[in-house]
Design a protein around this ligand. Sequence first.
Ligand code: ATP
Length: 574
Amino acid sequence: MEFRYLAGYFERLEATSKRLEMFDILAKLFREASHDEIAEIIYLSQGVLLPPFYGLEIGMSEKLLTRALSDAAGAPTKKVEELFRHTGDLGLAAGELIKGSGRLTVSAVYKELRDIAETSGVGSVEKKIGLLSSLLKGVSSPEAKYIARFVIGRLRLGIGDPTVLEALALSEGERSLRPELERAYNLCSDLGLIAKTLKSKGIEEIKGFKVHVGYPIRMALCERVPSSEDIIKKMGEAAIEAKYDGFRCQVHKDGDKIEIFSRNLERTTHMFPEIREAARKHFTAKEAIFEGEALAYNEATGELFPFQVTMQRKRKHGMEAATKEYPLKFFAFELLYADEEDYTEKPYIKRREKLVSLIEKNPVIEPAEMFVTDDPKRIYTYFEEAIERGLEGVIAKRLDSRYAAGARNFNWIKLKRSYKGELADTVDVSIVGYFRGKGARARFGLGALLGAVYDPKTDTFMTISKIGSGFTDAEFSKLREMLDEIALKHRHPRVDSVMEADTWVEPRYVVTVMADEITRSPSHTAGRDKDGTGYALRFPRAVGFIRPDKNPEDANTVKEIIGMFEAQKKVKAG
Ligand code: ATP
């Protein structure tokens, strides 16, 4: 396929705000793509070169793009800057400046962009500019527009992963294929690989899709209930594990090669050198995938530190100091693959047995605390004790359940501290915009955030709350800076809102919000019924800063909010 043809599709996608129309346009595009270019087309339309877990970034700023454009168009940088100021979009500026014939294929453009991304080391900035400028020289105006937006991360066609899965199923003329595609995607997190497999080998291959070491498995999550009695009612006899408040890691071991992925499937291997070492030496399978929670702890007292302390590892620099100051423990709680056996389909109790048998005694990795019981009192006593020790609560796991990749269901149930009459848990929202605010706050230019929850069915974000408290002054001004980097002229195509934010932003950041309760409200779109009444948070306040371990799609879902509202009604009645 020629790249200008793909650019034509991008124009059509950009022109619609209707989700169904978008699915149809994408389905048609996928149908026309050949099996050796479909992966590239999917990545490009999502604004990336590879799935995010590869961590490959193109590394171009507006400034570098401006120089490349000036070079390609033979125009002074001043002219490019002026066009940018005038249009507010370097993509439009590129479209005005570049007017080549455009005969490159999608694969050729993709390869050039990959080359730019992979250029590093001494003199790489000049090399990147040179490569981009020579790519731009040959392309037509609409192609230049999208290439320019792509390289600075501003493509924003609003194509989330569920949208791609839906369109892929439609492209085969069969919506009912979606669950199979989703299952395979949950096992490898690579939409390009799924699409390529589907196109070249057909749906049977997708049905038999297995986990691959090196490809992160989308993580299983918990449902919640208010009490230990409810756990036993739901599960009968269950495994009870401590809920550690640290950093979830999925460890992939391939001989001596170790990779570690975070909760939102980013490659975080560099953050945990001691887990890497321990997995290499003391995890006795040759090839394996296992999960656990990494926590900083005090060597002298054995006390576990809270999440915020563990998170200081996120800084790439000073890792050595962090390793010394806050040594880590890794509590392993799941085995997903070991020496050619896929454990995701095996019952919990088998996974656990094998997991324990693979860990040699060592100072870093140990199995998570666990016992099996059908006695709610015993769970409660353990829960209280866990809270006392600074843990977050407990997680109950159904003994005969498989590992539900990418799903939140009752195979795992969490129990956290809750207060009668108050909302039993915090809510994670994605920031979709902000308000300038009045009074003292106005000096930061940011007085409140507009928070939204996620609806995986439509792949959109629906607003639920204005959050104006819980941040310090310094955090407010930092937030303003971070949000202005991702500000938009209009509401993002994946955001559904009746409120008009002063500034709209791309859904990228998640914050955790505490509230007194969930109420019905016409001001928000989450869970809106036919009368236009949605759900809102009463007295919302942020806890902590941005959640670096969550993607916008990891915000709570509309369905969960409705579930929490129903649970709250029961508590009130009780
Ligand atoms: P939370 O804000 O409560 O962590 P979440 O959406 O990240 O919410 P949950 O589904 O509530 O995730 O809880 C699962 C998380 O709990 C896991 O992602 C993991 O990080 C953590 N965890 C701690 N101990 C365990 C354990 N023993 N088994 C599974 N997950 C555990």
